[in-house]
Design a binder for this molecule. Structure first.
Ligand code: BMA
Length: 875
């Protein structure tokens, strides 16, 4: 008999458990969750609108019942067969009853459950009644916390009781997310009937250093009486390349395939993403399973550096060291069932299009849906996967808690291990660093190697991060990198503040000491897995949560501020704005623009500085940077670079530019030379510029010429055009210092640097632009810029061509374009791809006069001569 699967997705209904007389209401389908079902009946207002979040808090403090009826699957009657019910995910405290019998009590949202229900199912054609009671996770957590009064329940974000509950921690509210304590059967429910089945198809891949072969050892775990498994391996283009049979022995069948000249999987930009397919069939068609495979060799290289302290921390794929530019991922919705595969694909394509190669699935969210990792495999995105712990002191002294984590970890690693995209697991997000403030009291001793002792301290979760989780990874995905936490480096400084080892979360811009973002270069770590800056989202996103014609449509209204969950956000945004730029509060769009430009400047600065630190073999001073954060879970002002409605902020484009395969970077330096050691009065000031080039390609590039053109900020007059360096190459896969010269165009006066904008060009032998960067006076607010730079736009063959008569900083044009926040200098035409825009007028914003927005006439024409440029100030 072949295995049969029966989905239990239809015919469900839900109700509040406390109201005996309340009737059940039909549910559209399962998987689902309580907020979505209540919304479908208008029983709650949309939680994302206005301040409705506050009005729906009662939902999380109720108990809810989900119930369905179903006929027994036909095959369940055959002799010797077993029927199991599978819950891929129940959020969170669920008591499941089938035909009046309790069959399961669960308490972990991340763990799938499977129960043999053969003897519970009706045999007479009668209906089966399945009911699930979801108890309030919030109240349950509070009770658990109460039972451990002597434990240090420290946490950052959300209610401390969350630490006791194995539920997505962001559901408790975060500094970018609302508190929405959903519950329900959030993943599929189904029945499986079988005489024997493949419990799991797993494999290991060994690609040796020569990359010439791949050894694939595949195992099928069998439940029930199976005899033989046929394994087939298909090439990426679908051809069968190998097949082999193995007898089932002690519930297992194993084969070993050796592939010559395998097609290897690479992160995008470094090679292709060929995916093989492994298929297993048990005794003909009793059960089948298949998995995709990407063959690659991955290491995290931590080794001493040539002339710097500490150790490197870089990802190497198929022997290629990779500078990992990317971002942090949070769950893309407060209601996970609002996400479907199309949305996941859209998000991951945005990441890839932004030239990012790594995405970190942050520990305060969920282990993502399978399709997330499938798409990462396909697109060539590397995944840094945190275990689901974040910003708190977890109560690992509770035996049931430990047991639950153990089962969760095994299930998660088994589900995810076949994905080539996953290159590292990390034990948690910031759980070491947040607890570090009081090491004495917490009893953490780096050199105490006895796990049982850890449980007796006030930091018992060390048992999870240094025993349970690494053991799970070793047992179920041997060879995959396990990192104790993010950040983690030096065991003596688990607060993450040793910048010379491991990864760091560099929050001394925004949080911490609130450094100027110009200091990002000094704040580098070996791998920066978090850093960020807030900015307001698009005005349309803000309007989505305000009532029509609301008087609250301004940056500091109660509702707009309600949609920013970060403590002190208004102060910090204002600080960084005031330090760097002049700005307008009205119209709202102008203020939004300024915050976005400021965010973009900050983050671009970081990427630029940290990619400069990738200096070749033995000198990998910084090997990657992941911006906090790519996305949002609702419409909000946050650190996201793309908002909840997929609307990119300017920073998304700024980062994309910095992540180009060939880049130029520059930094202005003010040099003060006192006449002698005693004077404060006789100090000579000069302005210099350092220029570097980075090639992240795998072959030497060049020969090149480096040209600088400097322009007067306010008039656009060309002051100087010089060649800084000629006939040089950029060595492969690293950054190279190119020049350290007096600032071109500087007139020698003390603050003359404020009057020059310098465009730097990397030109190839044919004079083509290979890379370009524009150096602006810092801080921008001191630059004396033209308010009327003579902008014009020409639309031609799906592209825009933009030019100006004076330097323009951070030009944003209305429409869905391939670039935004563009810098322009006179004499240059910048081409921008158009994704979606009608011909006609463009609204333009730029820094230094244009924030309020202006409308530029755009003409479709073959050449500039035909263009009549219309410019008008917007009301
Ligand atoms: C980091 C994250 C999150 C938080 C973010 C912004 O530390 O791990 O906990 O949302 O900072 O504060």
């Amino acid at each position: 008999m072949s295995k049969s699967t029966t989905a239990l997705s239809e015919n469900w209904a839900f109700k509040r458990a406390s109201e005996a007389t309340e009737s059940f209401r039909a549910v559209k389908s399962v998987p689902t969750e309580i907020f979505l079902d209540l919304l479908a009946y208008d029983l709650i207002p949309e939680p994302f609108h206005g301040q409705n979040e506050l009005d729906v808090q009662w939902v999380g403090e109720e108990n809810w019942i989900y119930a369905t009826t179903f006929p027994s699957p036909p095959a369940a009657d055959s002799r010797g067969s077993t029927t199991e019910i599978v819950f891929e995910g129940l959020d969170t405290y669920a008591t499941v009853t089938l035909n009046g019998c309790e069959i399961l009590r669960s308490g972990n949202m991340f763990t799938p459950y499977r129960v043999d229900v053969t003897k519970h199912l009706k045999k007479d054609g009668g209906e089966n009644k399945l009911s699930i009671l979801f108890e309030s996770a919030f109240l349950k957590g509070k009770k658990i916390k109460e039972q451990w009064p002597d434990f240090e329940w420290g946490c950052w974000n959300g209610d401390p009781s969350r630490l006791a509950v194995r539920k997505a921690q962001y559901h408790y509210g975060w500094d970018w997310g609302p508190m929405l304590m959903s519950c329900g059967p959030w993943k599929p429910v189904y029945l499986e009937t079988f005489t024997a089945r493949i419990e799991e198809l797993r494999f290991t891949v060994d690609v040796p250093g020569c990359l010439k072969t791949a050894i694939i050892t595949a195992t099928a775990e069998i439940v029930g009486a199976g005899e033989e498994v046929m394994f087939k391996l298909y090439s990426p283009d679908g051809e069968k390349v190998l097949e082999s049979k193995a007898a089932v022995d002690a519930g297992k069948a194993t084969v070993c395939f050796s592939l010559e000249d395998p097609e290897l999987w690479y992160p995008h930009g470094y090679g292709k993403q060929p995916l093989y397919k492994l298929h297993a069939a048990l005794d003909g068609d009793v059960d089948t399973d298949s998995k995709t495979l990407g063959l690659r060799k991955v290491r995290v290289v931590q080794r001493p550096l040539a002339d710097a302290p500490g150790l490197s921390f870089f990802f190497e794929v198929n022997n290629i060291p990779i500078w990992a530019g990317g971002s942090n991922w949070i769950p893309a919705d407060s209601f996970l069932n609002r996400l479907d595969e199309a949305k996941y694909r859209k998000w991951l394509e945005i990441i890839k299009d932004g030239r990012q190669v790594m995405v970190r699935v942050w520990g305060g969210g969920i282990y993502e849906q399978d399709c997330f990792y499938d798409i990462c495999d396909e697109l060539g995105l590397m995944v840094w996967q945190d275990f689901a712990f974040g910003c708190g002191n977890y109560p690992a002294q509770i035996p049931e808690f430990r047991e639950s984590v153990k089962v969760e970890a095994a299930a998660v690693v088994k589900r995810l291990r076949h994905h080539p995209s996953i290159v590292i697991y990390a034990g948690n997000n910031e759980d070491y660093s947040h607890m570090w403030g009081l090491p004495g009291r917490l009893g953490y001793k780096a050199d105490d190697k006895n796990p049982d002792n850890w449980l007796k301290t006030q930091f018992p979760a060390r048992y999870i991060y240094e025993k349970i989780l690494p053991e799970a990874v070793e047992a179920h995905s041997p060879g995959t990198e396990y990192h104790r936490g993010s950040p983690y480096g030096n065991p003596d400084r688990p607060d993450g503040w040793d910048l010379t080892v491991g990864d760091v979360h560099q929050w001394n811009v925004w949080h911490g000491t609130q450094e100027p973002y110009q200091n990002f270069d000094k704040l580098a770590g070996r791998f920066v897995s978090e850093f960020g800056m807030e900015a307001f989202p698009d005005i349309k996103t803000i309007k989505s949560f305000l009532p029509k014609n609301s008087t609250e449509n301004h940056p500091f209204s109660a509702t707009v501020e309600f949609h920013n969950k970060a403590d002190g956000a208004e102060r910090r945004i204002a600080t960084y704005l005031a330090e760097n730029m002049t700005f307008e509060l009205e119209p709202f769009e102008a203020y939004i623009y300024s915050t976005q430009l400021m965010q973009s400047e900050a983050l671009s600065n970081a990427y630029r500085a940290w990619r400069r630190n990738w200096k070749g073999p033995g000198r990998e001073l910084t090997s990657g940077a992941l911006v906090w954060q790519i996305n949002d879970c609702w419409p909000v002002t946050s650190w996201a670079i793309v908002d909840y409605y997929f609307r990119p902020k300017i920073a998304y484009f700024g980062i994309k530019r910095e992540l180009a395969p060939i880049v130029l970077g520059s930094k202005r330096i003010e040099v003060k030379t006192p006449r002698d050691p005693y004077t404060g009065a006789h100090v000579e000031i000069s302005h210099r510029i350092e220029v570097w080039g980075g090639s992240f390609l795998l072959e030497e590039q060049g020969p090149y010429k480096l040209v600088a053109k400097s322009f007067q900020t306010y008039s656009g007059k060309l002051v100087e055009s010089i060649t800084l360096k000629e006939d040089f190459v950029l060595p492969l896969n690293r950054s190279t210092e190119l020049a350290d010269v007096p600032l071109p165009g500087w007139n020698g006066t003390r603050d003359g640097n404020l009057d020059v904008v310098v465009a730097l060009y990397l030109l190839d032998a044919d004079g083509r632009h290979v890379a370009r960067t524009v150096s602006w006076p810092e801080p921008l607010k001191h630059a004396r810029l033209s308010k009327d730079p003579g902008l014009s736009v020409l639309q031609w063959r799906g592209k825009l061509k933009v030019r100006a008569n004076a330097p323009v900083k951070g030009l944003v044009l209305s429409g869905d374009l391939e670039d935004q926040g563009i810098d322009l200098v006179p004499g240059e035409i910048v081409e921008v791809g158009v994704k979606n825009h009608e011909k006609g007028k463009f609204e333009a914003r730029f820094y230094g006069g244009g924030e309020k927005g202006m409308v530029i006439g755009c003409v479709e024409a073959e050449s500039w001569e035909e263009v009549v440029v219309v410019e008008e100030e917007k009301e």
